[in-house]
Design a binder for this molecule. Sequence first.
Ligand SMILES: [Zn+2]
Length: 434
Amino acid sequence: MTAYLIKGASILGGDPADLLLSGGVIAAVGVGLTAPAGAETVDAEGLVALPGLVDLHTHLREPGREDAETVETGTRAAALGGFTAVHAMANTSPVADTAGVVEQVWRLGQEAGHCDVRPVGAVTVGLAGERLAELGAMADSAARVRVFSDDGKCVSDAVLMRRALEYVKAFDGVIAQHAQEPRLTEDAQMNEGAVSGRLGLTGWPAVAEEAIIARDCLLAAHVGSRLHVCHVSTAGSVEIIRWAKSKGWNVTAEVTPHHLLLTDDLVEASSLGAYNPIFKVNPPLRTREDVEALRAALADGTIDVVATDHAPHPVEDKETEWGAAAMGMIGLETALPVVQLAMIETGLLDWAGVAERMSATPARIGRLSGHGAPLQSGSAANLTLVDPAARTVVDPRASASKSRNTPYEGLTLPGKVVATFLRGRPTVLEGKLA
Ligand SMILES: [Zn+2]
């Protein structure tokens, strides 16, 4: 395997140094390293080196909706976004609720080879919310599942949620909850507030998210288990999680890039037109005050990680009237640029803080070894090189994803992934798939 000498990269935004990647690991870090015979040299002057990003929340759609995305296309987008590992959500068809399906997804990821694919197992059979899936068998399978979620649906039954939290303790698993009280969100179309009132769309109240998060924090504390809260979207949810953490409870949370940037008034007026379903997403875009609270919570650690909730949909499911359109946005390739815009360029986080929240902590929550390690000698050579000075106008047609449903079309975003390495092998070089 070819060795790579990365010259003059700013590690986590610090002083420039060289990194020698050899044998799948970072063999040396230092100033003025010389390339061994046969090594390729990568000029990284002006580039920031980060540990390879880890996504806790990706929809790869395979098996079942290969018209929207496949493991192959989704992981290409992931590598181009700087990711070396993604957790693939279970709401496929068939649902990833057995050892057989999670092993299938895991193998497809290995065959594609663009990044590691760690399947998420369903909590309940068929995501039906009626009985627990084979959590232990999925944990023991070759896919070694540690994150379980009915994402897309909420485990709303308190008894089932309690049992799931108890069950996963045996193998140090975590339940990742999509917090959406179903009765409070029947036919909900967008955030409940002034804009939904003006537009006459059924509102999606913040309390529908907050009530489930509060209940689940209490349940997790009661049984002494780990809870992870998916895509936190309201200021009230932040307050509840802050309270749960102050108690010392084992609760972690994620926020998506789009909830750090976009607001519900885009549904009423944007350069892409009113009622544009490109802004229809679950949980919905909220208010400016919510965005400010989410940014502050990510900065102070109340929210632990950024997760993309990359949710590809084919054109016919998205470019239709608002009420009929599917919910979700793609986001693997734009995640880091949006975080740079919302968190770095506002002074809320530095690159070390981004590395913590997009690599080290998600790897730890997912109990994913070999990822999120510090960029030092002996670590697995999973890393990405970013040009923070680059500016790119988002073009949906340029995405490696099979789908085109990005809400950032035409927007100029900062930062570009120049290279990504998976165990020392380039998956992306010069901004293109290697
Ligand atoms: Zn969800």
